[in-house]
Design a protein. Structure first.
Length: 174
């Protein structure tokens, strides 16, 4: 079975009808991350969304953090906006659900879980950098967002390895 960890970064609206994809990272489990940020022209993220979708569909199981509630529905909203088919059904493991099921901690956000498990530190990005990357197409700002996304995927993978004992079953994401 082919398994990957993935994450998306979007502009500030966080809803598929009010914002766009800035970048995505797809990392084969125990492999090297594949970064996707080219293919967006201003607010046109059609090619970027299609490319990320095609990469995700190369895998049998997807792993993400809060990805059943955000990343997949968001990507599907953008794909359907562009009149493209949604991501095909895949088995899915959401580390947020594993943490909710197995950990009684103050925050189940990735940052909180990573801190509790002492797995490293999330990279923060200042609001001005988000604006520059999203609206100004600033290469340095985009690099910061990409680095943030890569780091989130690496941390999500570490969280998965630590929490996989709480896995009772694998969800099917549509």
């Amino acid at each position: 079975m082919r398994i990957c960890v993935f994450d998306l970064e979007t502009t500030m609206g966080l809803k598929g009808d009010y914002s766009i994809v800035v970048c995505g990272v797809v990392k084969p489990l125990d492999g090297k991350p594949k970064v996707f940020y080219k293919g967006r022209k201003g607010d046109n993220d059609k090619v970027l969304c299609q490319t990320i979708k095609e990469e995700l569909e190369r895998y049998d199981i997807l792993i993400g953090h809060y990805s059943l509630k955000f990343d997949l529905p968001y990507l599907n909203a953008r794909l359907l906006y562009w009149n493209l088919p949604k991501v095909g059904a895949r088995l899915h493991i959401d580390t947020y659900i594993l943490a909710k099921r197995g950990l009684q901690i103050s925050s189940r956000r990735l940052k909180g879980i990573v801190a509790h498990l002492k797995l490293g530190q999330k990279i923060g990005v200042e609001p001005e950098e988000w604006r520059k990357a999203a609206y100004g197409d600033d290469p340095k700002a985009i690099r910061k967002i990409v680095d943030h996304c890569v780091r989130d995927v690496e941390l999500t993978e570490k969280v998965y390895w630590r929490l996989k004992g709480f896995l009772k079953g694998i969800s099917m994401a549509y």
